[in-house]
Design a protein around this ligand. Structure first.
Ligand SMILES: Nc1nc2c(ncn2[C@@H]2O[C@H](COP(=O)(O)OP(=O)(O)OP(=O)(O)O)[C@@H](O)[C@H]2O)c(=O)[nH]1
Ligand SMILES: [Zn+2]
Length: 358
């Protein structure tokens, strides 16, 4: 016999599944008290629950700890009376499967942009926005998040040599799927959309103006996110996406549009940087000395590859740059890290003294 409670539970599971809920993942929490953050506004959150979508605020103590502030895509536990209370109250943010973190602009703290996404589509338009170093930076950020990266080459209608751009992108982002698209010619949109499974969440990341909201509109097949051609223009006459919002796509996948990012400081992720530059890592493994700095050491495979042109000098330089950046961040974040830095500086100074005394 099926009890009313069970029926109720099944129906709720179904509604939450439309927002990406996966059975077994949050089984310890009563589904009736579970919700997903679909948008973050100043001072309140938009929450999708099994009873519908409602505004919510956070319980007082939540707001004080940066790490616990709900972001778009978060699964949360809430209380309140949907439809009766003006706002529900978010009590707890559930552990995140994935989270995209950057070093917050102008500060020394981390900012979580979105949570629980399966894919990140790094959107770059052809051809002015395309920048290999920036792509590498995005890729490191995504690998570090736990989500999988793909590259969307937007505005393909603006170039005639589309295949050249794909090839150039492949050389920087190997391993990541590449989707060339044009919203104007309606090219590549179906292929990109078809790559997502129902229940999967994708977040769009990229600079302002690359066409994220336009892509969102096309995938939604309705004008939810306004684009610059339409209205909601800022003083400079441009549209700006001002918050991160989670949408249900007709296919059953979920999509988060985000505002253009200007600053893209890495927070953590030495392993992620290594992942992005796998070929440099592999070469470094073939150097004669294990601790080769790829400077003047004999038997340096990295330098040899640059001399033959097999390895791009630009790529090697950016690899070093990103590696130093995350090392610095990770060291700053731990007390033992501070000691490690001191130790390295000491060794460096010793080295300098030795060189001087030669
Ligand atoms: N030629 C061409 N233009 C496009 C295409 N997609 C978008 N655009 C134009 O690019 C401009 C910016 O598009 P948006 O979708 O607002 O860009 P966005 O990435 O959402 O920008 P932010 O919200 O500021 O982050 C608009 O004028 C669009 O009409 C495309 O496929 N081809
Ligand atoms: Zn070397």
């Amino acid at each position: 016999m099926t009890s009313n409670n069970q029926l109720y539970g099944n129906q709720q599971n179904h509604l939450l599944r439309d927002w990406g809920f996966m059975d077994g993942v949050h089984s310890e929490v009563d589904n009736r008290l579970l919700g997903r953050v679909t948008a973050v506004h100043r001072g309140h959150w938009e929450l999708a629950t099994a009873a519908g979508s409602f505004r919510a605020v956070t319980a007082g103590r939540l707001g004080h700890q940066q790490a616990e502030v709900p972001v778009t895509g978060d699964w949360v536990v809430w209380h309140g009376m949907p439809g009766h209370d003006e706002r529900l109250v978010i009590d707890q943010v559930l552990p995140r499967r994935t989270q995209i973190t950057r070093k917050a602009a102008g500060t020394a703290s981390a900012q979580v942009l979105v949570a629980n996404v399966d894919w990140v589509w790094i959107v770059t338009s052809l051809n002015r926005d395309w920048n290999p170093a920036r792509l590498e930076r995005y890729l490191a950020m995504v690998w570090e998040s736990g989500a999988k990266p793909a590259v969307v080459l937007s505005k393909c209608d603006l170039v005639d040599n589309r295949d050249d751009w794909i090839e150039k992108t492949e050389a920087v982002a190997f391993g990541a799927p590449i989707y060339p698209i044009s919203a104007i010619n309606d090219q590549g949109l179906d292929a990109a959309a078809a790559s997502l499974q129902p229940g999967e969440t994708v977040a769009l990341l990229g600079s302002s103006g690359v066409g994220k909201s336009t892509l969102t509109n096309h995938l939604l097949a309705r004008d939810r996110q306004e684009t610059s051609a339409v209205r909601d223009l800022d003083q400079r006459g441009r549209h700006t996406t001002t918050h991160r919002e989670l949408f249900q796509l007709p296919s059953g996948a979920l999509l988060i549009d985000t505002p253009g990012l200007r600053e893209l400081g890495l927070w953590t992720g030495e392993a992620a940087v290594a992942e992005v530059f796998a070929e440099v890592e592999a070469l470094a493994g073939a150097c004669r000395f294990r601790d080769c700095r790829h400077g003047n050491e004999p038997g340096c495979a990295v330098r040899a590859a640059m001399e033959t042109g097999d390895l791009d000098q630009r790529r090697f330089d950016n690899y070093g740059k990103l590696q130093r950046e995350v090392q610095r961040q990770e060291e700053l974040q731990t007390a033992s890290g501070r000691q490690a830095r001191k130790q390295r500086e000491k060794t460096l100074h010793k080295h300098i003294r030795q060189v001087k005394n030669r």
